[in-house]
Design a protein around this ligand. Structure first.
Ligand code: BMA
Length: 918
């Protein structure tokens, strides 16, 4: 039944009587000291403008990050000239609104100082009524060097005590003291990215005019009990200072598919006072309806309603309207004892959405570009978030060293069903807590929370990245003054940020740090005794000294919110920013691009643990092999770790370990062509890991593994509720490396239970291999291949899976070829899909297909797989009309581990005579 509220006729896009004049577009950029005078863009940034003006080349080419560092040490002025209509000039209030200035700047209008900025995450507004004229207004943004400003603030603070770290690690080739500026922390360099300490007006600027009040934004909260919906809106109204009152109406309306669910209006009087320019108005309503909820990807549909809000002044001069999309959802962080009878066994940690518990499958997000003005490009965001959805993920963490992302980002997350774990932008540092800094943070938090609050995708807030662990474990030498830094920590994250979040959004939980021990962190005074405790909260887990392919080496946490291994991006990506002579392991370029200390050596060691690889530091072919093998190693290690976390969902050891509910690997995307933990390269190309993610996060998965006591098990994991009615049949095949014919095949069947992996096979591994006929060196001779049988009662695709038991063999030619390219057919989503036939003469491991770089990006249906049959059909999907069948045929190449090593070492291997095809 519809609510008993007044229903107005179609509510649409009525005229906004307050007037907004955009001041975006062409500005001028000046640096008199260097005689630089160029046209510039707003929104934009100085690196982009210098590049457009021909003063910089490709910023990411070779060593340009360092060559162009001078830019960050300069001061820059952005200027625009504009006229204002009489209509606007007559308004009582004229305000210039900066939606994002990066970062330290003085703002002048017609040579009069309007004010200063020093937080790129804050919207700044300056009243300008008295300074404006009809024509020739000159607006100037004088930006100070971020590196110089940061250093000055550091020195000022250090007169009392040092707020560390004094600088980033040398391997970052970065800049120091970014923690003193409220700007993207990674812009002074990170272990996966270059330093481009950005400068500019990175978001829109506008001139706003109104007589009474401007409606800035509205937060929404709802509750439902038996279809009785109760909604509360908090309107933020801006007025100039003054006396008296403004009377008007607040109107809220919710529309679905042209049907008005409700429209509600309420009278409201704003009492002006000379100190306050912002006023809150609340609006409550309740109604009965079968509203449809918004669900994360894989759990249901992403139902979005259209919502609009208005403030209409009674004297008719103001009618300000905001349109937004809204999804009904509840997210609750669940921390419950895993064993009611023994609370020392710890508590769960996961988000319950709409009352449902589910395994969080996801990834960590860094900004889509190192230059903030380029980080909201629609094509890039769409393709990255689509890749998240296509890999069956349901969560991304917007990591605290980057940006509060653009509105578009959260709109897409809503659309694709990707929940967001939203960090506040503080990472891997101690932070100052002076009064001005805190006031700025308070503004940042309340503005950002209000902006993001109505997005159903936003699931949890987190105060910072890793700073709790950093403080407790003395990463930055704070140990001797622990109490001092702890006090500052609590002042910033608890007294300032948490309070501000809770005052603004009562609908999501807040964790003080990512990771943390959840409630236990709170109980222990906000800095846990043992922040890495696996029985509480989430963990970050990195260990480069272990064999990443061995699942017994990983711990069993409640939630692993970061874990990862590095790989190199494809040779083609590196070639775009390198000279041919750079592409050897020993080059200055290869070491310059690696920001993780000892990272290149670690990659080699990891690769060598499982694959036969001999490093030749001066060979291009050898480096090409290392690139490929690093991607295999990364994909295999993260597959192993992620499947282990998914399997641990149903585990509960005597000590309380298990009930794992989340796996978010580090990291989805890249900001340049360099070794990193990403699964997608800077240009959008999927690394092998992303193809693997699509399989290891599949809704139904058969996962083979060996336990620490030598037992071979297969777990059947299901994120889908089949009501336990379905049985999944599968073959366990013991394969040798040289033959298509399995040495041994066992047929098995399993139940599928929602959120409760079922161990469907458990047997002694050595006995199993010996029965199979693997001989005296079984781990060198055999590997296991799991193939789900053809089935009819499960609609999801269940991927094949495999398990290697020891080091894998090297150079061998398989005769791999793409023998057929047919199509394309148009997919339901309007893309072109080609059908490919892959053939080989011998089993091939880690088969890797590539389409040449000159083609627009496309996706294979699978990649990096084990080919244990002679023929396999695959698809390649790309933009409509992007490529003809002939062009694709000519552009495809395929290799495998053995073929790659054979090509680079000149080895060959005899082909098997036997045949096994399906
Ligand atoms: C964690 C992250 C990032 C970092 C990653 C890899 O510390 O939060 O700071 O890039 O590990 O080292």
């Amino acid at each position: 039944m519809r609510p008993q509220l007044m229903v107005l006729a179609a509510l649409c896009c009525g005229s906004t009587l307050g007037i907004t004049q955009p001041l975006d577009g062409e500005w001028r950029l000046n640096n008199p000291g260097r005689a630089i005078h160029l046209p510039a863009r707003v929104p934009g940034g100085v690196y982009s403008d210098l590049q457009s003006g021909g003063l910089l080349n490709d910023t990411l080419y070779r060593f340009n990050d360092e060559e162009y560092r001078w830019v960050a040490y300069e001061n820059w002025t952005y200027t625009t000239t504009f006229n204002v209509s009489q209509n606007m000039l007559q308004k009582r209030h004229l305000v210039i609104v900066f939606h994002g200035v990066d970062t330290v700047a003085d703002i002048l209008l017609n040579d009069q100082m309007l004010g200063s900025t020093d937080n790129m995450f804050v919207r700044y507004q300056f009243p300008v009524k008295n300074l404006l004229r009809a024509s020739g207004n000159v607006l100037k943004v004088e930006l100070a060097s971020p590196t110089v400003s940061a250093a000055a603030r550091y020195r000022e603070q250090a007169r009392r005590y040092v707020v560390p770290p004094p600088c980033v690690d040398e391997a970052y080739h970065g800049e120091c003291h970014v923690n003193f500026l409220r700007k993207m922390q990674a812009s002074f360099a990170w272990d996966w990215g270059p330093a481009f300490p950005s400068v500019g007006v990175w978001r829109s600027v506008e001139l706003l005019s109104y007589d009474g009040a401007n409606l800035r934004d509205v937060t929404v909260r709802y509750t439902e009990v038996n279809k009785n919906i109760s909604m509360d809106f908090d309107y933020l109204l801006e007025t100039g200072t003054g006396e008296g009152q403004i009377e008007g109406k607040l109107v809220a309306s919710l529309v679905y598919n042209d049907t008005t669910v409700f429209t509600s209006e309420r009278n409201h009087t704003i009492k002006l006072n000379s100190n306050e320019t912002e006023h809150h108005a609340s609006h409550h309503l309740s109604f009965q309806d079968d509203i449809e909820l918004w669900y994360p990807n894989g759990l249901g549909k992403q139902k979005m309603y259209n919502m609009s809000f208005q403030f209409i002044s009674n004297n008719g001069t103001e009618k300000i309207q905001i349109h937004t999309r809204y999804g009904f959802v509840t997210h609750k962080l669940i921390e419950e004892p895993v064993d009611e009878k023994d609370v020392t066994k710890g508590t769960t940690f996961h988000i319950r959405t709409n009352g449902l518990d589910y395994f969080h499958k996801g990834v960590n997000w860094i900004p889509a570009n190192i230059l903030p003005e380029r980080a909201s490009d629609e094509k890039t965001l769409r393709s990255l978030l689509q890749a998240v959805r296509d890999a069956h993920m349901n969560i991304v963490r917007v990591w605290g060293g980057g940006l509060y992302e653009s509105d578009l980002f959260y709109d897409l997350a809503d659309e694709y069903g990707i929940t967001v774990w939203q960090d506040f932008m503080f990472a891997c540092s101690m932070y100052p807590v002076g009064a001005e800094f805190l006031a700025s943070v308070r503004a940042e938090v309340s503005q950002q929370v209000r902006r993001l609050q109505s997005h159903p995708s936003v699931a949890v807030w987190a105060g910072n990245n890793e700073n709790e662990g950093a403080l407790r474990d003395n990463w930055y030498g704070t140990g001797s003054d622990f109490q001092l830094y702890k006090k500052d920590y609590v002042t910033l994250y608890v007294d300032t940020i948490m309070k501000s979040v809770q005052a603004t959004d009562g609908t999501r939980d807040f964790v003080v740090s990512s990771p943390s021990n959840g409630w236990k962190t709170v109980k222990e005074g906000y800095v846990a005794e043992n922040p890495g405790d696996v029985l509480y909260g989430d963990i970050h887990y990195y260990n480069y000294d272990i064999n990443g392919w061995d699942s017994t080496r990983y711990s069993v946490p409640r939630f692993s919110s970061e874990y990862g291994f590095q790989s190199y991006p494809s040779l083609g990506s590196l070639q775009e920013v390198a000279e041919p002579s750079d592409l050897v392991f020993s080059s200055k370029f290869v070491s310059h691009r690696q920001h993780h200390p000892s990272g290149n050596d670690e990659i080699v060691q990891q690769v060598q643990r499982n694959m036969p690889f001999t490093l030749n530091e001066s060979s291009v072919e050898n480096f090409a092999s290392l690139i490929f093998l690093s991607q295999i190693n990364q994909a295999m290690s993260i597959k192993t770790e992620t499947e282990h976390y998914r399997r641990s969902q149903s585990l509960l050891t005597a000590a309380g370990q298990g009930r794992t509910m989340g796996a978010m690997y580090w990291q989805l995307n890249d900001v340049w062509q360099a070794p990193s933990w990403s699964s997608i390269e800077f240009d959008g190309r999927w690394k092998m890991l992303h193809y693997y993610a699509k399989n290891f996060f599949a809704p139904v998965l058969l996962s083979p593994y060996v336990t620490s006591d030598g037992s071979f098990e297969v777990a059947a994991i299901s994120d889908i509720d089949y009501n336990e009615t379905v049985r999944l049949n599968f073959d366990i095949m013991v394969m040798t490396y040289d033959s298509f014919t399995p040495l041994y095949t066992e047929q098995a069947a399993t139940r599928l239970v929602l959120n409760k992996p079922v161990i469907s096979i458990s047997k002694n591994m050595n006995n199993f291999l010996s029965t199979a006929g693997c001989g005296s060196e079984p781990t060198a001779k055999c590997f296991i291949y799991i193939r789900p049988a053809a089935f009819t009662d499960i609609i999801e695709e269940v991927p094949d899976n495999f398990l290697f038991l020891g080091r894998v063999p090297g150079a061998r030619r398989s005769g791999l070829a793409v023998s057929e390219v047919a199509g394309p057919n148009r997919t339901a989503s309007g893309e072109d899909r080609f059908s490919l036939l892959l053939t080989c003469d011998a089993p091939a491991l880690w088969v890797w297909l590539e389409a040449a770089r000159h083609l627009p990006p496309g996706r294979f249906s699978d990649n990096g797989f084990q080919l244990v049959v002679r023929r396999r059909r695959l698809t390649y999907t790309t933009a409509p009309g992007a490529v003809t069948t002939e062009q694709l045929r000519a552009a495809l190449s395929v290799t495998s581990l053995g073929d790659q090593l054979a090509a680079s070492s000149g080895h060959s291997h005899s082909l098997p005579a036997d045949v096994y095809t399906v």
